[in-house]
Design a protein around this ligand. Sequence first.
Ligand SMILES: Cc1cc2nc3c(=O)[nH]c(=O)nc-3n(C[C@H](O)[C@H](O)[C@H](O)COP(=O)(O)OP(=O)(O)OC[C@H]3O[C@@H](n4cnc5c(N)ncnc54)[C@H](O)[C@@H]3O)c2cc1C
Length: 408
Amino acid sequence: MRDSYDLVIIGGGVIGTSILWNLKAQGFKGSVALLERGDALAEETSAKSAGAFRNLWGSRINMEMSTHSIRFLSTFEKDFAIPIGFHQHGYLFTFYPEPWEKIKSYKSTFDETGVRTELLSPDDIERMVPGLKAGVNHMEPDIVEFAEFQPMAGGLYGPDCGSFDPSAAAKGYIERTQREFADSAEVHLRIEVKRIEFEAGKAKGVELSNGRCIGAGGVILAAGPWSMQLLAASGFHDDENLPVDPIKRQLFITNPPDIPGYERIPLVIIDRGIYFKYETGNLQIGRADPEQGPGFEQEASLAYYKDEIGPYMQERIPGTEHCNVKSMWGGLYSVTRADHNGILGAHPAYDGLYLACGWSGHGAMVAPAASQALAELIVHGSYKTIDASPLRFERFAEDDLVVEEIVI
Ligand SMILES: Cc1cc2nc3c(=O)[nH]c(=O)nc-3n(C[C@H](O)[C@H](O)[C@H](O)COP(=O)(O)OP(=O)(O)OC[C@H]3O[C@@H](n4cnc5c(N)ncnc54)[C@H](O)[C@@H]3O)c2cc1C
């Protein structure tokens, strides 16, 4: 490792690795080092992701970023010579009557922006998801009341949505970078950054846990849920740190129900935000626990599945009571408190510090667009492909949040 680089990227997840590639692909001539403390790239949040992508968003920035990313990912295997499991199986959001009225009003925006969508009736939903019962008449009335079930009024289906493997994409980004830019782009594993060093309001390098200091013309923070810790260790007070919390999210793998046709279902979002998709012969099921507080604990809990997911699944899709959990894991969302959207761009108060953090539940799917945008900003001085300024850090102080209505 050299004593200094023009740019240092902290974090080798799908965000950091894609930034490294994009800097070089955009023509950044200087030296760049990506520092990752793990034994391998993309083994943290990026590996724990469901890897789902959707272009169904209420906010323009999320819609643009995911649309661009989906297009990019669709040819990734050919462009980067690595399989990433890209599969456009579709996404189906189901809605109770009240939110459904609002969602229908987005249809014209989707049409105008070229995002393909279909509004589905309850019968259509039942045809698309075998065994699902859109109404509530098949349930016991006391269960309907206790669990606050309502009949599904409609569904929003996006045929271009799907999923991919973010860790494989991270590997693809790095392998191609090393093939094409080996002399000026370095990747260093098992290197932990202890803090970012500043001088006269400018980032000037990083201090490593082994005590070594590496100089840098600029520092890109892509350390996922640990980004806030790192800024705190670098001397940032709470009021100037990122307004982001690490929050545990869990995924469960079960056998599919004994109902024909599950291999053809889209990713489906049902009651209480429970979502599931077919995954190589199994079902992958998740639900963001609204009671989960901030913290770095990541252990998955079978009790959570049994209490908060399974019973609701089996009411909505009789037969799923025979879906047994085969494996499970937890990982950390980086949840931006105010609006659950990423923070991208130059830090307004510290020259040479760039932020790519706080992606909540959609960092994998926007990584291609977000990293390209940041590279454009650094290399060309402004955004070229997508105007990512709505994600600027300053939006919190300016109270100009990215309001997103379509969330799970
Ligand atoms: C259960 C779950 C399901 C999800 N599902 C989806 C989904 O379906 N679709 C989607 O788009 N997103 C999803 N996400 C979110 C998505 O996975 C993340 O937004 C994305 O992976 C963030 O990538 P990252 O590179 O910022 O973070 P990470 O992958 O966590 O990478 C950060 C890296 O920084 C390294 N690091 C940290 N501190 C230091 C340090 N001091 N020095 C050196 N290295 C350091 C870490 O080791 C890590 O490798 C999900 C997340 C979880 C947990």
